[in-house]
Write a protein that binds this ligand. Structure first.
Ligand SMILES: C[S@@+](CC[C@H](N)C(=O)[O-])C[C@H]1O[C@@H](n2cnc3c(N)ncnc32)[C@H](O)[C@@H]1O
Length: 229
């Protein structure tokens, strides 16, 4: 399997990952267990729907090369691998060592070729113009705005010309209701995120709100889709 970043996947990268201003999660299997519990009994499938919709909005094709930034335990990357097939390539980056260990053990069990690396959005361990698609789910609200800017510039660097970016994130706390709203400090509205994406040089920037349902306590989320011109 190709590994663009293998030469940089070393103790220096782990050190820069530790130095990030993002909120690193290091929960491993406990992340998956919590996600399953919440999605089944509280969010009623909305979390899973958000991941599917992210991949749908990216219009992923067989044979494409895709990066999931802030991939956590790799659930979206595994979904995306099925869409790109064996001729495509999927990479995941996250600073959480336990998240990456869990992601690697999930793909080892399934025998799927996904390359998960410890890394940060502000210093992506890939050459310029590597990816057809970059995805990010539920990560942006963990980053201060200055880091979002740095990260979006890095995403623009590693995307091919014409490549697509899809970001899914919770709405900021001020726009949300209910129990689940308490668990996250905030983040940007989709319009604020879209403005940062435009500022990073992307074109055709569109936003979409997720449809909520009366029977789910999912706190509200949206998507930003854009192209690298
Ligand atoms: C709420 S989790 C979302 C994980 C996964 N994308 C999902 O949808 O389940 C946010 C993830 O962002 C990661 N993260 C935090 N700071 C980051 C950074 N600077 N660069 C990349 N990922 C970061 C955390 O370690 C965590 O795994």
């Amino acid at each position: 399997m190709h590994s663009f970043g293998r030469h940089r996947h070393n103790s220096t990268d782990k050190a820069s990952a530790k130095g990030t201003k993002g909120l690193i999660l290091n929960l491993g299997w406990r992340y998956d267990l919590t996600a399953w519990f919440f999605d089944t009994f509280v969010f009623r499938g909305k979390w899973r729907e958000l991941r599917q919709k992210t991949a749908d909005l990216a219009g992923i094709q067989v044979g494409e090369t895709v990066l999931d930034v802030g991939c956590g335990t790799g659930t979206l990357a595994i979904e995306v691998q099925q869409r790109v097939g064996l001729t495509g390539r999927v990479y995941g980056v996250d600073p959480g060592t336990e998240q990456i260990a869990r992601a690697r053990s999930k793909v080892a069990r399934r025998n799927v070729p996904i390359d998960f690396q410890i890394g940060v959005i502000e210093q992506l361990p890939f050459p310029d113009q590597t990816f057809d698609v970059v995805l990010s789910t539920l990560m942006m609200h963990h980053l201060p705005d200055s880091l979002k800017r740095q990260g979006l510039a890095e995403i623009a660097r590693v995307l091919k010309v014409g490549g697509r970016l899809v970001i899914a994130d919770f709405k900021p706390k001020r726009e949300r209701h209910g129990q689940a709203a308490r668990f996250h400090a905030g983040g940007s509205s989709m319009q604020e995120l879209a403005a940062l994406v435009k500022e990073a040089g992307f074109s055709q920037v569109e936003t979409e709100e997720m449809q909520l349902s009366r029977f789910s306590a999912f706190p509200g989320a949206g998507f930003v889709r854009a192209h690298k011109s």
